[in-house]
Design a protein around this ligand. Structure first.
Ligand code: ADP
Length: 479
């Protein structure tokens, strides 16, 4: 990565934020629970003192409000009328008249409602700190006050045993949450590693390495998309290399072809030149020799012409197939025409033809001249190379929606196995001398193969069981 900024990892940030939130929540919970516990204790104590106040009231009522003495009790007792005037106080000396107590919180609440308490207040009378509880009974307000000493502090102390439990739960939740966050962090780390690999354009071979969660799923999907992209890119590169290699090969073939063509042209041209020079120079040439030379020149010029014809076919298929005219052709009719065109040579060589392409039309949309050259070259080769007193057979052995499948075979001398893979190459000849003698250009089968491929078909050659050769080829019905 070109630029790296320092930062706290995402999972740690989430962890600490949520942890802080939970600590705050726990502290609030503890504070609230503490308050409630204490309140409960206070109310409990207030209830106990209320009970005492009731008992004191009955005693006051019994005595008719006179000769009150509660000094033997372990807490302070104050008795007031409903206006808050103190009628009796166990801590005040006898005859000591106390001020009106209606402004004391618990007394005021007892006057207004039925009772009240005050947790921790310094007495103006005794100077001591008390817990007060006062209730209204009949025409009296009875108040008891407990000194706020250590015993009372312990009694009112909130029960805090829930705190360790809350902290334990918090810690456990923290550990659990940290584990989850750590796994999230690991997932993110893996995604990061993947991204850095992606940055270096490496293939991620095992997207299964990702964790089993949503993040893992997302990572896996990204990895798959990424791998597809990389593979497509690599495929494209390979394709480009292949195209470049093909182009180079094509250029090489072209150069070789040009050399071969030049070489092939040279032979007939120099022969014709030789014959003509001799004719011009030798004034006394006999008519017989002259005729012979002219005929030989004619043969060479025919060879030259078929060579140029084949070269023209191949160049057109190679360079500008789109310019080759396509038209509806009946292949069955075409085969009959070819047979008729070569019938003289066939008869001369005593070659029997078996035509199994049927009488029905075999419609096709393609190039008439290329289709003609396919069948013509095959028959010409049989005539030129296969020998006499043999049989040649053309058969439509299969047909499907889009293609015709033909076999062409002869029972002649055949082609040795080692030559078969190369016979479709340009200028490849099995027997050079024989081929030249027969007027072959070495391009015949190459033209056949290209013409078949132009019609979106394939061609292969194999030895015919029992001798001879067999070609299997297909032709698309609509090229
Ligand atoms: P050419 O144009 O010179 O005839 P081809 O490319 O047509 O050359 O054929 C290549 C070689 O395959 C020929 O030189 C010939 O030796 C051999 N060949 C082709 N067809 C036959 C056949 N029917 N029987 C035997 N040999 C054949």
């Amino acid at each position: 990565m070109p630029y790296k900024k320092k930062y706290i990892k995402f999972h740690l940030r989430v962890f600490w934020s949520v942890a802080a939130f939970f600590v705050l929540l726990t502290v609030s919970f503890i504070a609230f629970q503490y308050y409630r516990e204490r309140q409960y204790k206070i109310e409990q104590l207030n209830n106990i003192l209320s009970g005492k106040n009731e008992q004191i009231y009955y005693k006051v009522k019994e005595s008719g409000g006179t000769n009150l003495s509660f000094t033997e009790l372990p807490y302070r007792v104050t008795i007031m009328n409903l206006e808050g005037d103190v009628l009796y106080d166990s801590e005040a000396g006898v005859g000591n008249i106390l001020e009106n107590h209606s402004d004391r919180k618990e007394v005021w609440e007892a006057i207004q409602q039925t009772g009240g308490y005050d947790v921790r207040r310094k007495s103006q009378t005794t100077g001591e700190i008390y817990f007060y509880s006062a209730q209204r009974h009949g025409e009296y307000i009875i108040r008891t006050a407990l000194p706020y000493d250590n015993d009372l502090i312990v009694t009112l102390k909130a029960d805090l045993h829930f705190i360790p439990i809350a902290i334990l739960i918090l810690l456990l939740a923290g550990v659990l949450f940290y584990t989850v966050m750590k796994r999230l962090g690991e997932s993110i780390d893996r995604l990061k590693r993947f991204v850095s690999k992606a940055y270096k354009e490496e293939i991620i071979e095992s997207p299964t390495d990702f964790p089993n969660n949503e993040l893992g799923d997302i990572s896996r999907h990204i990895a798959q998309i990424y791998n597809k992209l990389i593979r497509a890119k690599k495929d494209l590169e390979i394709e480009q290399l292949q195209v470049a290699a093909q182009k180079e090969e094509k250029d090489l073939i072209k150069r070789q072809l040009t050399q071969n063509i030049a070489h092939e042209l040279k032979t007939p041209v120099s022969s014709i030149q030789g014959y003509l020079e001799t004719i011009i120079e030798d004034e006394n040439m006999t008519r017989e020799v002259l005729d012979d030379f002219i005929e030989k020149s004619y043969v060479q010029s025919t060879r030259l012409s078929s060579l140029l014809q084949d070269i023209s076919y191949l160049t057109r298929i190679d360079e500008a197939p789109e310019l080759i005219k396509r038209e509806p052709v009946d292949i069955a009719k075409l085969i009959r025409e070819v047979i008729s065109d070569v019938s003289f040579q066939l008869n001369a060589n005593n070659i029997k033809i078996v035509n199994k392409s049927g009488d029905m039309p075999l419609p096709c949309y393609g190039s008439l001249s290329l289709l003609y050259s396919i069948f013509r070259n095959l028959f010409d080769n049989t005539i030129a190379y296969a020998g006499n007193n043999i049989e040649a057979e053309i058969e439509l052995y299969k047909e499907d929606m889009g293609r015709y499948f033909f076999s062409y075979s002869d029972t002649g001398i055949g082609i040795p196995q080692e030559h078969l893979p190369r016979i479709f190459e340009r200028f490849y000849r099995v027997d050079k001398g024989r081929s030249r003698k027969a007027g072959g250009t070495g391009l015949g089968l190459s033209v056949v193969k290209h013409a078949v491929q132009f019609h979106r078909g394939d061609i292969s050659a194999q030895q015919r069981p029992g001798g001879g050769i067999i070609f299997l080829f297909s032709i698309a019905k609509d090229s």
